[in-house]
Design a protein around this ligand. Structure first.
Ligand code: FES
Length: 156
């Protein structure tokens, strides 16, 4: 009886050791395989096509999907973020510039923060014109408020 129990215990240890060895090999193989997959961040593209230039008349055009104001004035075309620099609410236009409805921050027409809890100005993004003639914004490239895209003359 005692010898039988000893054999059974030995068998249990063998199975346990085999299971641990197999688990170790499988774990290492899984980790090695995972190392072959690059660590990539899947984010939406930073460059967005906004549409033909005549979609943006003089003044401010709000694009809700992009949370952007496209400003067309004597400087040309510029893209201003409508995301409040405080906690990210969407700002709206006001007489003097922009106003955040969440906590009352006010911004000048050039995006400078005037008062309220917003710690920084609104962000301006780079604009360009695609080969198709459509306006393109690069949300990964911030520019100064004075940087404008010159509007090409028709037929030029
Ligand atoms: S989110 Fe705009 S003032 Fe707080």
């Amino acid at each position: 009886m005692s010898e039988e129990r000893e054999v059974s215990r030995r068998r249990l240890f063998r199975w346990g050791a085999a299971a641990a060895a197999i688990g170790g090999v499988v774990g290492h193989a899984a980790a090695w395989t995972r190392a072959l997959v690059p660590n990539v961040r899947y984010e939406p593209p930073q460059r967005r096509t906004l549409g033909p230039l005549d979609r943006f008349p003089k003044g401010r055009t709000f694009l809700s999907d992009e949370k952007l104001f496209i400003v067309r004035d004597k400087l040309g075309l510029r893209a201003l973020s409508a995301v409040c620099s405080h906690l990210g609410c969407t700002v709206g236009p006001s007489k003097a510039g922009y106003h955040c409805p969440c906590h009352g921050s006010r911004f000048a027409a050039d995006g400078a923060n005037l008062d309220g809890p917003a710690p920084r100005p609104l962000v301006w993004y780079a604009l360009s014109i695609a080969g198709s003639g459509a306006l393109v914004v690069d949300l990964g490239k911030e520019v100064a408020a004075e940087v404008a895209l010159e509007i090409p003359r028709r037929g030029a």
